[in-house]
Design a binder for this molecule. Structure first.
Ligand code: PLP
Length: 409
């Protein structure tokens, strides 16, 4: 029996007041929120059956279930499509999809493009997780992969009749090499192959792979697009036909991010251009400092004139920017690299990248653990190699921290 002190219909009111019907009322008002709100809803409500039929018959783009699409995933996709969109060679409309992680974006894009018996040509220096997937997981499904050095090899020799896909990063991790995207696109397309480019390190504020001829531009939005080390996510941009094809797999595999993460990503994208400008400016200053330092063997940064990738990078990158990522070979090995990490005060050891703060990572100990000793050697990833993600602080303070720490090793 109802307790007299409880108002009638308490449970019903708690459940039904201020619910989705309130959105209808809002939609009829003559003002809208200045910023796009977060739609934390897993599902959408209907008054009758026909609108649901219309969605499944592709006659309506209303929402039904947030794993398939939701206002926040669409809002952020709209921003990304506009950022990467270009009158591509094929003159198709650019679309975008967002994912629950960079790995989800990359794997969903790859799985939607190959089947058992197919072959992929990929760069030998890749984000560790992607390398692990290509080298150790895809073969389980009968898909083989040949790894090539797009800068040094005649990569066309790796193509086979069953090759379907060509894959590279626009700035390789951790060696910061920049392949000629337009040249690879030309070779791939002349054979009818798809060409995917991981644009995580550059972002649309520095390079737009679709305009250089790639079929899809892939992102870990955990990195610069998010930019504040507070979300895990992924994205891709491509022409609307390819997006529609990959979207089917995204829905099946359940690789959709939460509406809140989409909202955070949209918020971060507002400042992407400003952030990439400062990341790039600071990174060049740090790279120049390191290059002149006696305890440094080698600096890997495409913005340095000494970089073998400098010319290609300058030709493909916008606004004289080369990004915030650089690697450095410290003279010595594990002992010296570990000591430097320990000595630095404002720079923390963070096995990721692209936040607002400058951080350092140690590829052989973290992201590139999946590489065998031979693969590391072949790629040029050494025990004395550290990777810096240069942040948005005052460049003088970043350099002072590295300089004082180098003095102690
Ligand atoms: C981090 C990263 C990935 C993987 O993204 P997650 O969001 O960690 O799944 C892929 N490619 C590059 C270049 C990355 O830096």
């Amino acid at each position: 029996m109802r307790n007299k002190k409880t108002p009638a219909k308490l449970s019903t009111n708690l459940i039904h007041k201020g619910d989705g019907k309130f959105c209808r009322k809002l939609a009829d008002m003559s003002s809208v929120p200045e910023t796009f709100p977060v739609y934390l809803t897993s599902v959408f409500a209907f008054d009758e059956v026909p609108p649901v039929d219309a969605i499944y018959e592709h006659k309506s783009d209303a929402y039904i279930y947030s794993r398939m699409a939701n206002p926040n995933s669409d809002a952020v996709a709209e921003i990304l499509a506009a950022a990467d969109g270009s009158p591509s060679a094929r003159k198709k409309k650019t679309g975008a999809l967002v994912f629950s992680s960079g790995m989800a974006a990359i794997i969903t894009a790859i799985l939607s493009s190959v089947k058992s018996g197919d072959h992929i040509v990929a760069s030998s220096v890749l984000y560790g997780g992607v390398y692990d997937y290509l080298a150790n997981e895809l073969p389980r499904f009968g898909v083989s992969v040949t790894f090539v050095d797009f800068l040094k090899d005649d990569f066309t020799r790796a193509f086979r009749p069953e090759t379907k896909l060509v894959y590279t990063e626009i700035i390789s991790n951790p060696l910061m090499e920049v392949p000629d995207i337009a040249a690879i696109a030309k070779e791939a397309h002349s054979r009818g192959l798809l060409f995917f480019v991981d644009n995580t390190f550059a972002t649309p504020a520095i390079a737009r792979p679709l305009s250089l001829g790639a079929d899809a531009s892939l992102y870990s939005t955990t990195k610069y697009l998010g930019g504040h080390s507070d979300i895990t996510g992924g994205a891709l941009t491509a022409n609307s036909e390819l997006v529609a094809k990959i979207k089917r797999f995204q829905t099946l595999y359940g690789a959709m991010p939460s509406p809140l993460d989409c909202w955070l990503l949209a918020r971060s994208l507002r400042t992407l251009d400003l952030r990439m400008k400062k990341h790039s400016k600071n990174a060049l200053l740090v790279a120049e400092f390191l290059e002149a330092h006696p305890k440094v063997e080698k600096v890997f940064y495409p913005g340095l004139k000494s970089s073998p990738s400098h010319k290609t990078a300058a030709a493909q990158f916008a606004n004289g920017r080369f990004g915030g990522m650089l690697s450095v070979n410290i003279k010595g090995g594990v002992r010296e690299a570990s000591k430097l990490i320990k000595e630095m005060k404002i720079i923390s050891f963070v096995p990721s990248l692209a936040g607002t703060a400058t951080t350092v990572s140690y590829p052989v100990k973290t992201s590139h653990r999946a590489y065998s000793a031979e693969a590391l050697k072949a790629a040029g990833i050494t025990q004395g190699q550290l990777r810096f993600s240069i942040g948005l602080e005052d460049a003088d303070d970043i350099i002072a921290d590295i300089s004082a720490s180098l003095d102690k090793i």
